[in-house]
Design a binder for this molecule. Structure first.
Ligand code: AMP
Ligand code: MG
Length: 419
């Protein structure tokens, strides 16, 4: 039996960051920049005001605390305008937030530090203004290039584009960026008993849930799923479906990799390439296939063969498929966060495999608590639906009891949990 870590490193060794594509900035969300972004301009391009107020010469207001000066207001400048006037001694220009600071001025005095309100209250014209406070030189002036200067490296290659990066790129005037493209992941379910959701179920059949759950997990990991559908348990149909996946970056199949009579997937894969069929020391999801297969596209296609049971399929995808997608996306962090918590109910380990038990994780008074979500059979998908984490029972422990410390792999790391 192979340890989880060994299976992981053997699989991940076959994946590398994919090639770049140029995309509109919004389509880059969650993707890694494939090249450095340097700024073509100063940000802000011109020195501008951080407040609504008066642009003045500092020398005119240096003694304002003792002797409040009254300055002549010669004009006004709003955001988006550039004043033609120059501030000279004894004069001020009324200025709005974001407007370029006029020539001559070196300081902006906010309305609150002037007699603006009193004058307005008396219905007086704002052609003069008294300054009440001596501010340091440069107050409320945002210098040109304060955020970014022209030629500066702003976003290095490898940066993951989040809303702030989308904004930074737009502030540099960019509408596209080169990012590492999303991998295309073909998703194939196998089994004569499977019927697509939406169709009528005949006796002995079940709906195919793996196509949906695995494709959804591909999207959540940042990949682009291509659902091939359901392959029947015949050699011809399996070959045909695999050929449909030939131009994908990864093919993920489910079922047919264990020891049943109709587990043809194994035979077909063996005919088509260098496949490994492993027993991984974990529960659920012991049977796993991985290898490179030949396709009509001529290049070897990595194939990850998940077990058929719905929980096993998703968990094996979580452990091995998601990291492969993240590696192709150029991500460094491949695994989920693991926290230390306390169990509120027992988890069992009957046969010396590492158990990943479905649990609901809550944080109370600074401690993580993990509560098993019910029956842990590998076919019981609803107990995974109720879970937001997986509590780990080490391979060499027969059980873990309520009150014991436990490592918890966080499937969802969201605002509700992380309070
Ligand atoms: P197998 O590996 O083919 O023996 O499948 C193991 C179990 O998983 C069987 O009970 C299958 O019916 C079930 N199963 C396989 N594929 C799917 C699927 N796509 N959706 C739901 N259950 C499945
Ligand atoms: Mg089957």
């Amino acid at each position: 039996m192979l340890e989880v870590e060994d299976a992981f490193s053997r699989i991940i060794a076959h994946f590398h960051p994919l090639e770049p594509v140029e995309l509109p900035v919004l389509d880059c969300l969650g993707l890694a920049l494939a090249e450095d972004i340097t700024s073509p301009l100063d940000l802000p391009p011109l020195a501008n005001s951080a407040m609504d107020g008066y642009a003045v010469l500092h020398s005119d207001i240096a003694d304002a605390a003792e002797k409040p000066p009254t300055l002549s207001v010669i004009s006004a400048v709003a955001a988006g305008q550039v004043s033609k006037d120059t501030v000279t001694p004894g004069n001020a220009i009324r200025i709005m937030t974001g407007a370029p600071v006029p020539n001559g001025a070196d300081t902006v005095v906010p309305f609150e530090e002037t007699d603006e309100l009193e004058r307005r209250g008396r219905g007086e014209a704002l052609d003069h203004i008294a300054i009440h406070k001596a501010l340091p030189i440069g107050s409320n002036v945002r210098p040109a290039g304060e955020d970014v200067s022209a030629g500066e490296l702003v976003l290095p290659a490898g940066t993951i584009v989040r809303p702030a990066e989308a904004g930074v790129m737009a502030s540099l005037g960019l509408i596209t960026a080169r990012v590492i493209r999303r991998p295309v992941v073909a998703v194939l379910s196998t089994g004569d008993e499977l019927t697509p959701a939406g169709e009528t179920l005949s006796p002995g059949h079940i709906y195919d849930s793996n196509s949906s759950s695995v494709a959804a997990a591909v999207i959540a990991a940042g990949g682009q799923p291509r659902i091939i559908g359901i392959a029947r348990d015949t050699l011809e149909d399996l070959h045909r479906c695999i050929d449909e996946a030939s131009d994908a970056d990864l093919l993920v199949t489910s079922a047919g990799v264990s020891k049943g009579d109709y587990d043809m997937v194994k035979d077909v894969l063996e005919q088509r390439g260098e496949m490994n069929f492993w027993s991984v020391r974990m529960r659920p999801a012991k049977p796993l296939a991985f290898g490179l297969i030949r396709t009509d596209a001529g290049r070897p296609l990595p194939l990850l063969g998940l077990p058929g049971n719905p929980v096993s399929a998703l968990l094996a995808f979580e452990m091995f498929g998601r990291p492969a997608i993240r590696r192709m996306l150029g991500r460094d962090l491949l695994a989920r966060p693991v926290v230390e918590g306390v169990l509120t109910g027992p988890i069992f380990n009957s046969d010396g495999r590492r158990v990943y038990a479905r649990v609901e994780v809550e944080r109370r008074d600074g401690t993580w608590f993990a509560t098993p979500t019910g029956p842990q059979g590998s076919n019981i998908l609803t107990s995974l639906s109720r879970a937001n984490g997986l509590a780990i029972c080490p391979a060499d422990l027969p059980r873990k009891d309520a009150g014991q410390a436990v490592k918890i792999l966080m499937l969802d790391w969201n605002e509700e949990v992380a309070q």
